[in-house]
Write a protein that binds this ligand. Sequence first.
Ligand SMILES: Cc1cc2nc3c(=O)[nH]c(=O)nc-3n(C[C@H](O)[C@H](O)[C@H](O)COP(=O)(O)O)c2cc1C
Length: 199
Amino acid sequence: MPIDAATLDPDPVVQLERWLAEATDAGLPLPNAFALATADGDGMPSVRYVLLQGIDPDGLRFFTNRSSRKGRDLAVNPWAAAAFWWAALDRQVRVTGPVRLLPDDESLAYWRTRPRGSQLSAATSQQSREIGSRAELEARVAALSYEHPAEVPLPSFWGGYALSPRVIEFWESRDDRLHDRVEYRRGPDGSWHPYRLQP
Ligand SMILES: Cc1cc2nc3c(=O)[nH]c(=O)nc-3n(C[C@H](O)[C@H](O)[C@H](O)COP(=O)(O)O)c2cc1C
């Protein structure tokens, strides 16, 4: 179905939630996975997939190790870009904006929903740092599990972020690759302005 500013929701965050729900209903694998691009202080880019864990007024929420490469990038350059692609629906959404840390209580609330195995892995891993062998990593997980037989505490280096959209683009495939693209830009007063872009 063709998309334009008249058929999309005037609020692009609502529209993104709608497309996410449609991707979920279509049974697509990991519909909440998105490519997250960051850059370091020298402008060197870096991109990887993360999982969207919710959208709220602060933006797109994801969780990770704050000492990882992306965490270090965001500490010096708190801007990021995201891209979702839902293959079977032939749709893409791109989001750009500033990123802020989620408060500790929200990171803790999410941490507690994670399976113990995932908690142990996250607490053990000095994400993005070199390690000599997998055996070393597994030994550290075993030691940490022994140390915390009940609850695994939230590590100080792990938590959530929210990417607050400033620009959101909806792309949908059309015949002959004459695709539809509608980009919304957020004005200083918080209102959204849609534009059609050439494919
Ligand atoms: C589908 C998918 C989802 C992922 N989700 C997350 C995630 O939510 N958080 C995370 O820290 N890493 C996630 N990863 C791993 C990251 O892509 C990446 O390897 C890791 O975060 C280290 O990235 P960095 O070195 O750029 O910081 C995911 C990987 C894939 C393939």
